[in-house]
Design a protein around this ligand. Structure first.
Ligand code: ZN
Length: 112
């Protein structure tokens, strides 16, 4: 699964796509020193925040709220930790078993 970071209107969105596309924006952020992370789009510093993770499938939409992420103070671009991405993948797999058209979940509740 590949993750695509995106800037949403009014709030920060991270869209996960199931098609194989290169993960261009996130690679720069894979360092243990979060303090020094810079946004690859605008160069501003990234701070820890929460985003919504949206998985838009053909027949189902999964929304996971309160996902911990690094967020650019300036342009709102966001990026996820590898560990968080792994957990999200498991959550999405689980949530897809729910046949509802739209499933809304909370990261902190599911990760607990
Ligand atoms: Zn930025």
């Amino acid at each position: 699964m590949h993750v695509v970071c995106a800037v949403g209107e009014g709030w920060l969105w991270l869209i996960t796509a199931y098609y194989p596309s290169e993960d261009e924006w996130c690679d720069d952020f894979r360092t243990s020193d979060k303090e020094r992370m810079k946004c690859s789009l605008c160069g501003a510093s990234m701070i820890e925040g929460k985003i919504k993770h949206i998985v838009d499938m053909e027949k189902q939409t999964i929304i996971i709220k309160d996902v911990p992420a690094l967020v650019c103070k300036q342009c709102g671009a966001s990026c996820l930790d590898d560990e968080v991405v792994e957990k999200l993948e498991k959550m999405v797999d689980e949530l897809l078993k729910n046949r509802a058209e739209i499933v809304i979940a909370n990261y902190s509740e599911m990760a607990a």
